[in-house]
Design a protein around this ligand. Structure first.
Ligand code: FER
Length: 415
């Protein structure tokens, strides 16, 4: 058996080299998806759908791949069976040398993206270890080129339910920290007082990088604990961990503050939060964490119910210069839509990357005049490219809000 595979391998390598050296085959294009049908295959079976059933010892060779002026990212699409890992080592030119890249697939890793520069014409050899399925590989000149391709693939922007695999504890967990900061009592005399917010930091958080930021607000009866970030079994954390682990979103930071901008006991303090956000909370987040609050394209605000209303009235209405993406989950009724629309109409210089709304069809609190229903008609800045209104079965509750968070995280974090 062993001798047989060695023989096959030698035959395969000779065939590959012959192909590469004959000069007959035109240089192949790695910037379009390269499938097994376009490669020399040894010790693996091609499935009916064109994917490859691989095992330890399987090899693939792509001869004469022309990377031209250079690729920056290689993307491999493969999967491992329910138990176990599939490792793919890619060799450039010399299959006996050191691997150019090594990708490890778990059952929930459907693809791997490796940042590694390569240019010119090369022969690539893929060597497999473990069982699995190999679908294709592709090179990209830049992260932007990869993002464009991913956007085209993910044409459905939101799910109707959170797949359960995103709710389980992830193999790579981020961390949650308390952020204690000094705020001011904007509902009263502006006196300084101490507040606490919770901060989700992605797995492998590196202070040397810059992360996107989401400010996530709670409802009228809640506080900084309501989204559950401080709980050991936090859903927000599980969703973030799993979306990052599967490569569906880029890692970003989530902050759940107390959305009252002052120490009054009634709901009026919610209306003063914009001042705290701008003057106290965002600067405190930026002082401690690797975010860029001067780049609105990297900052988003979302909230449930009262927090959704704040997202519309305060996020868009008062802080359009600070955020570019907004998520309102069952936004509380408010008469701020006209003011918010006026701000949009008078500030065309600030684009709205995304304004996502979700609401339960049995939610009796959110009426026909809610901002999510009337805002698009009051300005010409919101259209199918940046405005989503998702109506789902459900009431004024966390079933809708977690789904809203999941969908919004996928939109703003899309790779
Ligand atoms: C209202 C009813 C409910 C309102 C806000 C709420 C601003 C907020 C509800 C929640 O946060 O759950 O009339 O006015």
């Amino acid at each position: 058996m062993k001798r047989f595979s060695v023989m096959l391998l030698v035959l395969f390598l000779c065939a590959g080299l012959a192909l590469a050296e004959s000069g007959e085959a035109p240089a192949a294009d790695p910037f379009a998806a390269v499938t097994p049908a376009m490669m020399a295959v040894a010790e693996a079976d091609v499935n009916e759908d064109g994917t490859l059933a691989v095992h330890t010892g399987s090899r693939l060779m792509a001869a004469g791949m022309d990377f031209g002026d250079g690729a920056a990212i290689l993307r491999l699409i493969a999967s491992a069976p329910a138990e176990g890992r599939l490792t793919i080592r890619v060799y450039v030119d010399d299959p006996e040398g050191a691997p150019f890249i090594t990708c490890v697939f778990s059952p929930i890793t459907k693809e791997s993206r490796m940042t590694k520069a390569i240019d010119g014409v090369h022969d690539l050899t893929f060597v497999f270890e473990g069982e699995g399925t190999f679908t294709s590989w592709q090179a990209f000149t830049s992260l932007e080129a990869l993002e464009t391709a991913l956007r085209a693939e993910h044409s459905a922007p939101f799910d109707d339910a959170i797949p359960t695999r995103y709710l389980v504890r992830c193999a790579q967990e981020g961390t949650v920290e308390a952020l204690d900061y000094t705020a001011h009592d904007y509902s009263n005399d502006g006196e300084a007082y101490e507040k606490r917010a919770f901060v989700y930091l992605p797995y492998g958080y590196d202070p040397g990088q810059t992360y996107d930021l989401l400010i996530l607000c709670h409802g009228i009866g809640g506080n900084e604990h309501e989204w559950g970030l401080s709980n050991d079994s936090s859903r927000v954390k599980a969703i973030m961990d799993n979306l990052i682990y599967t490569g569906e979103i880029k890692p970003f930071i989530v902050v759940t503050p107390n959305g009252r901008g002052g120490r009054t006991s009634d709901a009026s303090a919610f209306y003063d939060f914009g001042k705290e956000l701008r003057n106290d909370l965002l600067p405190a987040v930026a002082a401690k964490y690797a975010v860029d609050i001067t780049d609105r394209s990297r900052c988003a605000m979302a909230g449930l119910s009262m927090g959704g209303m704040q997202t519309i009235n305060i996020g868009i209405g008062e802080c359009l210069d600070l955020f570019s993406a907004y998520g309102a989950f069952s936004a509380a009724p408010n008469n701020g839509a006209y003011g918010t629309a006026a701000v949009l109409n008078t500030h065309p210089e600030y684009d709205i990357r995304m304004f996502y709304n979700i609401c339960g069809t049995e939610d009796s609190l959110v009426g026909a005049a809610s901002a999510m229903k009337v805002l698009p008609s009051l300005n010409d800045r919101l259209d199918d490219s940046n405005f989503v209104l998702q109506l789902v079965p459900g009431g004024h509750d966390f079933g809708v809000w977690y789904l809203g968070f999941y969908n919004f995280a996928r939109m703003i974090g899309a790779q």
